[in-house]
Design a protein around this ligand. Structure first.
Ligand code: FE2
Length: 260
């Protein structure tokens, strides 16, 4: 059963100084950082544009505003690139956040927690770490970030928010499959894919059916597209490991719990 989750204000990053002064194990500090939704995780210019855009989007319920609204009124739109029709990107996560994520991915790999999903067809199986199954707390943290910030981007592009979905880390490498077959990301409304280690591998990129190819984006830049209208495939890696943050997101009406 799905419950309403409230947006939260993000911390401004008091955690590091506190932990450092207490001389606590760096691994614990890193985990605390990843589990505390905070401004430092985001690209600062994008975060500022999101904050400027949020109140404007609320005005969309006002017919008078809707009649005169222009794209320039929404600061976050100026941060977005449309690479191909309906295929967007925006600098989203900070470089430091991507580095910390890649570091944590090494820990996840050492614990053999990257697994292929055996229920998928062989030709689209990728090594992955699914947040809801492996780390529900981390999944909630990511959704707090989505509620506090990322939904404003989706609202500005699609006039739609999300409140559920699958979040995972994916590891493309030439050892397993070199390329996925054409597919839709089943069940989602909006797909968002964020590269974490661009330039540390050769090859890669995403090809969209009847549209073209988007080369690997810079670290932390989110590739965003409406899921159902965009069949796509991952392009082959020649060497190295490509780490991606993958979000398959959906809006679902909230069902209130029946206490009787
Ligand atoms: Fe996909």
């Amino acid at each position: 059963m799905l419950h309403a989750r409230k947006p939260v204000a993000l911390s401004r990053g008091m955690v590091p100084a506190l932990f450092v002064s207490m001389n606590i194990d760096p691994y614990l500090v890193k985990n605390a950082l990843l589990l505390t939704p905070a401004e430092w995780m985001l690209n600062p210019e994008t975060s500022k544009a999101i904050d400027e855009t949020k109140p404007k989007l609320k005005h969309f319920t006002d017919t008078n505003f809707r009649n005169i609204a222009k794209p320039e009124d929404f600061a976050v739109l100026s941060r977005i690139t449309e690479h191909l029709p309906e295929i967007f990107s925006i600098p989203l996560f900070s470089e430091n956040y991507c580095k910390l994520m890649v570091d944590e991915i090494q820990n996840i790999k050492e614990k053999n927690m990257f697994k292929v999903n055996e229920s998928e067809e062989k030709d689209v199986q990728i090594e992955e770490f699914v947040f809801s199954a492996n780390s529900p707390g981390w999944y909630d943290v990511m959704f707090q970030l989505i509620y506090a910030k990322v939904n404003t981007i989706f609202e500005a592009i699609f006039h739609r928010k999300v409140n559920t979905g699958i979040i995972q880390l994916a590891n493309y490498n030439p050892r397993e499959v070199t390329q996925t077959s054409w597919h839709h990301d089943g069940g989602a409304d909006i797909t968002m894919v964020v590269p974490l280690n661009t330039n540390e591998y050769k090859g890669g990129g995403t090809e969209f059916w009847r549209k073209g190819v988007v080369d690997p984006l810079p670290n932390g830049s989110a590739l965003i597209f409406p899921t159902f209208s965009n069949m796509h495939r991952g392009l082959p890696l020649e060497s190295g490991d490509r780490y991606l943050f993958v979000f398959w997101l959906k809006y679902q009406p909230v069902i209130e719990e029946n206490n009787e």
